[in-house]
Ligand binder design. Structure first.
Ligand code: SAM
Length: 423
């Protein structure tokens, strides 16, 4: 096994974390992995413009953006609609920037007018939608201003700019208007933002995006596409033998609830308005945490004969019983392991007909130890599942380590590199 990425000095990582401002930093520290990792594998695997790269868990689209910058066609799949909108926006570089700026100043003027007209009459969410939000995630006045802003954005809707204008709003909503903090879990900061300049901050974000769009103008015709879909059921979306490389960072079994991270913007932008929408949006996600395990989940059948997974899940459940832990979440730990890895097996099976012979796949995944301190070696287990399914293991590269707050041990984030020979 090789440990190539570890040899890339941390200095480079830091440098690359701080570049690409504007549209391309959307959600950087919440969902994304660093762009340099994508570029490293594009170079290492000799990927060029005759190839097509797939990111089946594309999040906000780091793989797609980096591919497009380098002139390589790419396709992404993302199951969370608000995140898919962000990815779609980030890869659409074919926008008339002057008209966008004109339209955005029109929107800004109208919002200011309507805010004045509202006076002390503050807008708020209906109870159903409010119940979906993390409590205190946004204060009364920023919420009022946001709702007036969105009303205007819909009234003056211009299809050419709607995605980018909504994405600019979502970014500022999360990072400037709301009381949310990401450290790294989503939470609510103690010091609340009582009032914010919703319109001005949105205009600033649009201007940043325009700068980005202008600087990447030359590659605007490179093909990049995002589908809203489930990476465990994607064969209908993609043509047979159409993919040469996969570069992706799927969720890990790490208790991160992706729908919670994006809840505020999903509710305000109407991707979700009643409780059953939330359940629906969770059901299409990989079962990576106890909050999206449901009765009837059956991804586990895909690893029912995998000794490593079954043993790990049984060990976790046996430890729970031994420790006398009875909470609802703790009872689900072993289920997450079975259904998460089962979901990944289902995804790898679904991928086979889509891959060209000789295709190479890079999966960035992390270990964890939060289920009664029992180590979950995600990279190794994923490699084991893949090889059982006929993929060839090329290497497991160490990307970085992070300190487990629970066990005080270093947990690995690794890149599992696979090859599909088409047999
Ligand atoms: C670690 S994030 C990917 C981050 C991404 N590399 C980026 O640059 O933003 C994992 C993503 O997988 C998505 N996801 C989870 N289950 C999925 C599924 N079954 N199909 C497609 N996407 C899924 C989540 O919504 C999340 O956005």
């Amino acid at each position: 096994m090789s440990y190539a990425i570890q040899n890339k000095p941390g200095v480079e990582q830091n440098k690359l974390y701080s570049e690409d401002v504007g549209i391309h930093d959307w959600y950087r520290f919440v969902l994304s992995y660093p762009p340099h990792l994508v570029r490293y594998y594009i170079e290492k695997l000799n990927i060029d413009n005759k190839h097509t790269i797939l990111d089946p868990f594309c999040g906000t689209g780091t793989t797609l953006v980096e591919s497009k910058k380098l002139g390589i066609p790419s396709i992404g799949i993302e199951a969370n609609p608000v995140v898919e909108m962000a990815a779609r926006t980030k890869i659409n570089w074919n926008i008339d920037c002057n008209s966008l700026l004109k339209h955005s100043s029109l929107v800004a003027k109208e919002v200011k007018k309507r805010l004045k007209a509202c006076g002390n009459n503050l807008k708020s969410l209906d109870t159903e939608r409010e119940k979906l939000l993390i409590k205190n995630s946004i204060s009364v006045i920023p919420l009022h201003k946001s709702l007036v802003f969105l009303e205007v954005l819909n009234d003056l809707k211009d299809e050419r700019f709607h995605d980018i204008e909504q994405t600019a709003f979502a970014k500022q909503l999360v990072f400037s208007y709301s009381n949310l903090s990401f450290s790294p879990e989503v939470g609510v900061r103690r010091k609340k933002k009582i009032d914010v300049s919703v319109v001005e901050l949105w205009l600033e974000q649009i201007q940043k995006m325009v700068l980005d769009l202008r600087s990447y103008h030359s590659n605007k015709r490179i093909q990049a596409k995002v589908y809203l879909g489930d990476a465990r059921a994607m064969s209908q979306l993609l043509n047979r033998k159409s993919i040469d490389f996969v570069i992706t960072s799927p969720p890990y079994p790490n208790e991160k609830d992706y729908t919670r991270i994006t809840r505020l913007e999903a509710v305000l932008l109407n991707f979700m308005s009643v409780k059953k929408d939330l359940r629906k949006s969770k059901e299409v996600l990989l079962r990576s945490n106890t909050r999206n395990i449901y009765k009837g989940d059956d991804d586990e059948q895909w690893v029912a004969n995998n000794k490593c997974i079954v043993e790990l899940a049984d060990t976790i459940e046996a430890r729970r019983i031994e420790l006398g832990k009875t909470s609802g979440f703790e009872r689900l730990y072993h289920k997450v392991i079975r259904n998460y890895f089962g979901g990944m097996a289902r995804h790898l099976k679904e991928l086979k007909p889509i891959l060209r012979s000789g295709a190479q796949l890079a999966y960035v995944v992390g270990d964890q130890a939060s289920y009664f301190r029992i180590p979950v070696r995600t990279g190794k287990l994923l490699a084991n599942i893949a090889t059982n399914m006929g993929y060839e293991l090329v290497s497991i590269d160490l990307f970085r380590t992070r300190l487990s707050t629970i066990t005080k041990e270093q947990l690995k984030e690794e890149i599992v590199l696979l090859r599909w020979q088409g047999r």
